[in-house]
Design a protein around this ligand. Structure first.
Ligand SMILES: [Zn+2]
Length: 211
């Protein structure tokens, strides 16, 4: 990671993004805290806000996106901001508590965690045919948490009903786990750039199925 030598154009309130290059591909920008820990995805507009307020400490990505703003009244020049695909934001480092925070459980991220494979029959299915199975059923006091849920196809979920795997004689083919921050960031973004993926892959937990 190199220190940023980026200019800070201070575009002023008249900044309006009129065009950008590349013009169509506008991926999300990965932000890090000052310790280099992955934090969250932001839009390119948000990244430009960070640049214009001189809040980018350094960058770590390989891809750059140039945005052309309005003409400055002072200089008569068009403002230009180049945003990197991975940027560290100045300010306090995130506490270790924030980094250890458990990501929210949603079906979309759950199915991604389990690679769209049913934990009981082992077949891969489209998301439409998948369900969130509570290993220990909610009616038996099972929690709605990452460690008590797996991806199951509709047939298997129906067959298992309100039973534990033992009661239903349906063995789990893989174990559940809690994704960490880096894994959650991968799961929650469908168009990650190669350099962002490389960066996040270094922060994956050892049991991750994304490895
Ligand atoms: Zn199944």
């Amino acid at each position: 990671m190199r220190p940023s030598e980026r200019r800070s154009p201070q575009p002023g309130p008249e900044l309006q993004i009129v065009r950008s290059s590349p013009p169509i591909r506008r991926p999300l920008i990965l932000t890090l805290d000052t310790q280099g820990q992955p934090h969250r995805w932001v839009t390119w507009q948000h990244a430009i806000f960070y640049y214009s307020r001189n809040m980018v400490a350094w960058d770590a990505g390989e891809a750059c996106f140039t945005f052309h703003g309005g003409i400055s009244r002072k200089t008569g020049q068009r403002s230009i901001i180049t945003a990197n695909s991975i940027i560290a934001i100045k300010g306090r480092a995130l506490s270790s508590r924030t980094l250890r925070q458990i990501p929210p459980l949603t079906n979309r991220e759950l199915f991604h965690r389990d690679r769209h494979i049913c934990a009981y029959c082992g077949r891969e299915h489209q998301a439409l045919r998948l369900t969130r199975d509570h290993i220990r059923p909610v009616s038996h006091g099972g929690a709605d948490t990452w460690m008590n849920v797996v991806t199951a196809c509709r047939n298997c979920n129906q067959r298992k009903g309100a039973n534990t795997p033992e009661q239903a004689h349906m063995m789990l083919l893989y174990a559940p786990y809690v994704p960490n921050k880096a894994e959650y960031l991968i799961l929650s973004n469908r168009s990650i750039l190669a350099d962002q993926m490389d960066f996040l892959a270094h922060h994956l937990p050892s049991q991750s199925r994304l490895r």
